[in-house]
Structure formats: C-alpha cells, structure tokens
Design a protein around this ligand. Sequence first.
Ligand SMILES: Cc1ncc(COP(=O)(O)O)c(C=O)c1O
Length: 441
Amino acid sequence: MPAHRKNSQQWFERSQQSLVEGVNSPSRGAAVYSPGPVFLERGQGSRVWDADGNEYIDFMMSFGALIQGHAHPKLVEVVSQTMAQGSHFAAATSAEVKAAERLRRMVPAAEVVRFTNTGSEATMLALRLARAHTRRTKFLKFEGHYHGWYDPYLLNAHSHAPEQLGPPENPTRMPDSEGIPASTFDDVVLAPWNDVAALGRVMKQHGPSLAAVITEPIMANMGCILPRDGYLQRLRSLTQQYGALLILDEVVTGFRYAPGGCQEYYGIEPDISTFGKALGAGFPVGAVAGPRPILDRLRWSENMVLHYGTFNGHRLTMKVAAANLDLLAADGTYKKLHSVGNAAISGLREVFSRRKKKAIVQGFGPMFQIYFTERDAIHDYRDYCTYGDTQLYSRFVHRLLDHGIYMTPSNGLHWIISTAHTEQDVAALIEAADQACIDLV
Ligand SMILES: Cc1ncc(COP(=O)(O)O)c(C=O)c1O
C-alpha cells in the first residue's frame, strides 16, 4: 500500500480480524484492489475522500447506484425529514404509493410495481412469477450475464479462460458458486448472447418449455457490451412466439439511459422488468414491474406467488426513490448524463490513440468500459474472455487511483456518470488517464 494510504492499510489489517477478507463482498477486497482496498470515509457530489484524506473523483458510484452522486442536497433533506418521523413501519404508507406512481410514469411497461430490497431479490421474484404464470419451470439465461446471487442464475456469470468455455452451441456449464445443488441447474438453458442465429436455434429447441428468458439489455457485468442492432427486438419476438416471458433485467440500466431505461431506449416492451441500483440513489431497493395479469399473482390467495419481506417498501427508501425519480424526470437530466459521458468516452479514446495504447472505450453516455484489446469491439462473453487484457486494465486503474480517480480495477464492471459529474471532472479524468498511460505495460 503506498505511503499516502497508510490509514487504509491499517483499517484493512483491522477489518480482516472481523470481516471475511476485510470486506462484505469479494468484489471490494484485495482480490480486486491490490494490495488492499481503499477505505472511503466521505462523499460529496462527484467526490469521495479516503481514510487518509485523499480526494478522488468517483466514477464507480457504488456500482452505479449513486445516479445523483454523493449526498445530493435534496436527498439529504428528504432523509433527515423522513427519519425524524419514523424510518419504516412495515405497514401501508403513502410513501410507497408515491414511489410506485413515479416509477409508473417513467416506465410505460410498469402497469403495477412490487418493491424489493435489492436487485437480486427483484430477479428472484421475477423468475418465480414467470414460472407461476406460464406453469413452466425451465428458463434461459445467457453466458456472462449476472442477475444477482440467487442460485439458478449463478451459471457462467464469471469469466473463464477461453479454452474452458466449450463450443458456443453447447457451452460448458460452469457454476459460479459452491453450495448450489447441481440439480438447480437442470432447469437452466444456457446460450450465447448477441447472436441471432444461435438464439433462433436455442429457442426452436427449448422455447416451448421455457417459462422465461432473462437478459440484461446492455451487458453490464462483462464491462459494457451493447446489443447488436435488432437483437433485443428478435429476442422479444421469439419469446412471444414460444410463450416464454421476457424478463428484462434493468437493475443496472434502469433510469440510467433514459427515464424508461433501455426498454425505452431500444423500444422493446418486456413482460417483466427488474430494477435496482439507480432507483434508490444509494439506498437498497429493487423493483419488479409489469402487467397486472402477471404481477397480480402476488395477491393473497391459495395459489399466490409468495413474496414477503420485513423491509419491503421501506419508508425512508421509498421517500428517497420518489425524490430521486422526480430529480431524474426534470428537463435536461438525460441530455446532460449523455453529454458528460460521451465527452469522457471521446477524451479517453483520444488519449489511448495519442499514447498508442491498444484500447477501446465501449458504451455510450452514462455508462462505458475500457478494454485493452486488439479488437475493434467486444460483442459478447466469449470476446470478453478471449480478447480483453483484464490484468492491464487493473494496472491502469490502480494508476488512476494514484491520480485521484476512484474506480474498481475489475474490468467486468463499468464507468458510471452521475448527475453530479461535470466537464471539469471529465477533464481531470482525461488528464489522469494520460498520465496513467505513460510506460503502462
Ligand atoms: C444486471 C444485474 N442484475 C441484478 C443484480 C443484483 O443486484 P443487487 O446487487 O442489488 O442484488 C446486479 C448487480 O450487480 C446486476 O448487475
């Protein structure tokens, strides 16, 4: 650990006495941040400060949750006022009604909403609903897509060496976790993403027995991989053809690219949508939304789809979510998110080209990722596993940390632009990237 992170080092030594790996998720620990994580103590707007008082511009933004940046004044006010009146009642509240109404205004496919506490809970519930609604058990997930840590989704969500992947038409099935019965995956059909021909084949074979196909609209857990033109539309029509529900997992993309997320941006109407992250602007919340005939299966009855939760519709969180959505719905929000993000992307491209680094910046507007690669584009999981130099990316980001840019060194994540980021932040990023490229090998 460099001398200017002495306090982080001390906290890390201490944290390992009480917390596994010193953190609460392996993606935050020494496996990603070498030799140990930076302990962050304070955030304001686009900035964070660590335990040694070092200042950084934050481009990770809590894995995308902080769409309004840190400590947005309006949200601070909402939190203090709400807290003074009681944070949660686990009873019916006007707060949850208002949050749901605002969500529905932004997402046309959301006829009704059920709030959860995390994105993982939302995707769990979406699958249970799809199975109940269709009376089918199998579902299709794509290689490299992450939908939270629920057992059946944990198949090929991590990257692997190319020689382990098997042929695309019959991918080697690799669970991401110990402790999951192998039988859990009997109901999972695994397919490559972004390939219309492969999709046609797999749907022909399995479509009639699928309860659902779940997809991220933009792959956000192998960096930032865009759908090829027409791919999501084809997925929509094939799921309809075979009577499988389309679960669009907008946990990352929701409220980020457009008020109505990627479904608005790409013009597709899913059967079930899942949200999280940006919905709560830093508070833990998720949502499942869709048409009444599907969501109504949650109504109390002998045949209901069960979904309980002490903290569902948490009052404080609902107040924050509603205020956050109001802020996002204001004129110009998305224009600014896109223009600041696009400036960062073009500035980074210019740095890599001038510094003669084989790197691409993929994505657009509020979310993007850098890949050190000889390729012109990364189109799917297999490209990511085969062509991206993730070690070089990690070294690059570690250098950026020393130049006042906070980001995760994991290439599987992505850069986030919040409403708090400014052109000055972008200029500082570009300057830092330029410095970080010197002698980078
Ligand atoms: C696409 C996607 N779905 C679901 C989840 C799970 O959300 P959470 O971490 O809030 O449980 C994530 C988390 O990163 C995600 O990226």
